[in-house]
Each structure stands twice: as C-alpha cells, then as structure tokens.
Design a protein around this ligand. Structure first.
Ligand code: SF4
Length: 102
C-alpha cells in the first residue's frame, strides 16, 4: 500500500526530501504522494520515512492502493532493475497494516 498525505498537511515540506523514491511532490499548496513510486520505503528503510518526518501525522496508509510485501518487492525491482534490496528483514508496514494479502 502506498501512503497518502491527508488534509491536515501543513505543507512544511519535511517529508519531501526524506522519500527514497522521489514519490512526494508539492502541488496546489500541499504535498502529494505518487502511489506508483511509493514502496512504503520497502527496499530502502525499515520504516516509512515520510510518516516519521511529518510533524502532524499527515502521511497515512492509502487504502485505495493496498499492496502486499511481495507486490512492494516487485515494484522496487521494476523501479530499480538490478538494485539490491536493503533493510527488508527489519521492514514493517505502517501501523495497523501488519496483516495483509494481495
Ligand atoms: Fe516515499 Fe517511503 Fe513515504 Fe512512500 S512511505 S512516500 S516511499 S517516504
């Protein structure tokens, strides 16, 4: 599942430089996440960097883009052919999304 940025965003921009996938951009006075590029930080970090950086907890699970760990792995390899995964043994999905299929 990709993450999304909700209306409580204060447009501080703290999240944008933290994304390893350059999935976050500014648009119309707020920030948005491209679900085609968000891997939930899978392949890079153990936790979701944007959610950690956000001071107002505006980076949350995007229920419209549910993905299993295997789907995130495939997305990573599609985005970065030949690149080695990192930190997958410690990776965990956002809170509340530990049990998923699909
Ligand atoms: Fe980027 Fe990770 Fe946030 Fe997805 S969860 S938008 S990959 S920082």
């Amino acid at each position: 599942m990709a993450l999304k940025i909700v209306d409580s965003c204060i447009a501080c921009g703290a999240c944008e430089p933290e994304c390893p996938n350059n999935a976050i951009s500014e648009a119309f006075g707020t920030y948005v996440i491209d679900p085609n590029h968000c891997t939930e930080c899978y392949g890079f970090y153990a936790t979701q960097q944007c959610a950690q950086a956000c001071p107002v907890d505006s980076c949350v699970e995007d229920e419209a883009h549910r993905e299993s760990e295997e789907a995130l792995r495939r997305k990573f390899h599609t985005l970065y052919p030949g690149r080695a995964l990192a930190n997958t043994e410690r990776w965990s999905p956002p809170d509340g999304m530990s049990e998923r299929t699909g």
